[in-house]
Design a binder for this molecule. Structure first.
Ligand SMILES: [Zn+2]
Length: 95
């Protein structure tokens, strides 16, 4: 993602997190609205999965599919869709 692309994503919500609305700090995340699925394979030497760089849903790799998100929202959203994430947040509020 280029600097210019990041700026476009940043401006989408006037420099605020698309999910919780906080002011974005340095190191904010460009979040995929619809998750893209990256392929990974087991690296036997290192004993862990590694991303192969191939993407199973390249059609989701567009600027329209990015939302600016603060680090904590991005980590919590993980690979959920927006709808699933909202359900998740609701559960935090309830508990
Ligand atoms: Zn946030």
């Amino acid at each position: 993602m280029t600097k210019k692309d990041r700026q476009i994503v940043f401006d989408k919500y006037n420099g605020k997190c698309a999910y919780c609305g906080c002011e974005l700090m340095k190191g904010w995340h460009a979040d995929h609205i619809e998750p893209i699925v990256r392929d990974s394979k087991w690296n036997r030497n290192k004993g862990r999965f590694e991303q192969t760089g191939t993407c199973r849903k390249p059609e989701n790799e567009t600027l329209e599919n990015y939302n600016p998100a603060c680090a904590s929202c991005n980590i919590q959203k993980n690979s959920f869709t927006v709808e699933q994430f909202r359900i998740n947040i609701k559960q935090f509020v309830n508990s």
